[in-house]
Design a protein around this ligand. Structure first.
Ligand SMILES: Cc1cc2nc3c(=O)[nH]c(=O)nc-3n(C[C@H](O)[C@H](O)[C@H](O)COP(=O)(O)O)c2cc1C
Length: 303
């Protein structure tokens, strides 16, 4: 596949911005509540944001200076009062949040503009957003400018002192239900995505269980035109392969016998037929059966 390759300097600032934000996504949104030294509240969304440590809980979000070199209220405020409440943004509040991204004049209260309810924090001065399902009361550890040019990013490194979780997002004491929390992510341009329903899927690949890996797949699987990387990864993700007894037991099952009889009669490309049957198992998440069939074919020398 041909690539288009650039050094950052070959791109205009707006192209660079577009390529980076259109590709590094979806990004979670830090809905940052701050106050100035007189206690006036400010609320603004920032999607250059993530968590970088859970022990202690440390977040970083980034506030650009504007193209005219002026400083956004959030950065100004955390320099005056080094505290922030990071509220997370879910689908029901996303449109209201977007209003708070408008460049209102300093001193304008975005809680009022966006129709949000300020509630007091326990450990810091900035308010929490009642409508947000998760609020982190944080102290700002450090702000760090990436350059002194207009548009430059300023990292705000913040540590959570208190974590508030709306009980409705908890499946039980230890599990957050992704469908109830219903998070949104920022994409490129004006696009967002919603992380609930069919968009959410699980890949159970525990780091401590040492998977066999693609290099241990039989050669005919590695070069398969039927099985994509997605399906081969289901097979490469196992920790051990079925033994010969289980394979014989499997091959003697009536439905498998039916496949084998038909398979043996074929004179065309048998590998394709075999891979299609393996795919049938994988689509039903029957990985063990997919392996048994693949190993049966190898051991009986039919491909
Ligand atoms: C979803 C979303 C994400 C944003 N992310 C960022 C960001 O990461 N960095 C930034 O400087 N501005 C970002 N903005 C723009 C700011 O929110 C906007 O400039 C805002 O007016 C700043 O408000 P303030 O001056 O009250 O801090 C984002 C806007 C939206 C709607």
């Amino acid at each position: 596949m041909p690539y288009r390759t650039f050094t950052p300097e070959q791109l205009t600032p707006s192209q660079r911005h577009h390529y980076l934000l259109g590709t590094v996504n979806p990004r979670p949104i830090c809905f940052a509540s701050t106050v100035d030294k007189d206690g006036r509240p400010n609320l603004a969304p920032y999607s250059f944001f993530n968590i970088f440590s859970s022990t202690p809980p440390v977040f970083i979000f980034s506030v650009n200076t504007r193209r005219d070199g002026s400083i956004k209220d959030t950065l100004h405020n955390v320099k005056e009062v080094p505290e922030v409440v990071i509220n997370l943004v879910n689908y029901p509040m996303a449109r209201q949040m977007a209003i708070c991204g408008v460049e209102y004049d300093t001193g304008i209260n975005e809680f009022e503009k966006g129709g949000f309810t300020p509630i007091p924090s326990e450990k810091v001065k900035p308010f929490r957003v009642k409508e947000s399902p998760v609020q982190f009361e944080c102290k700002v550890l450090e702000t760090r400018a990436m350059s002194d040019k207009p548009g430059a990013a300023n990292l705000i490194i913040a540590e959570a002192l208190l974590i508030h979780l709306d009980e409705s997002i908890l499946a039980d004491e230890n599990t957050i239900d992704p469908h109830s929390i219903d998070m949104v992510g920022r994409m490129g341009n004006f696009n967002y995505c919603r992380a609930s329903g069919e968009s959410v899927f699980a890949i159970r690949q525990p780091p401590a269980d040492i998977a066999i890996g693609f290099d241990n797949l039989p050669e005919h699987l590695k070069t398969s035109k039927t099985l994509s990387g997605h399906y081969l990864a289901m097979m490469a993700g196992v920790t051990k392969l079925p033994g010969s007894d289980t394979i014989s037991g499997f091959a003697n099952q009536p439905d498998v016998q039916k496949f084998i009889t038909n398979f043996n009669k074929q004179s065309n490309d048998k590998t394709v037929l075999l891979h299609e049957e393996i795919l049938n198992y994988l689509e039903k998440s029957e990985i063990e059966n997919a392996w048994k069939l693949a190993l049966w074919a190898e051991q009986s020398g039919v491909i």
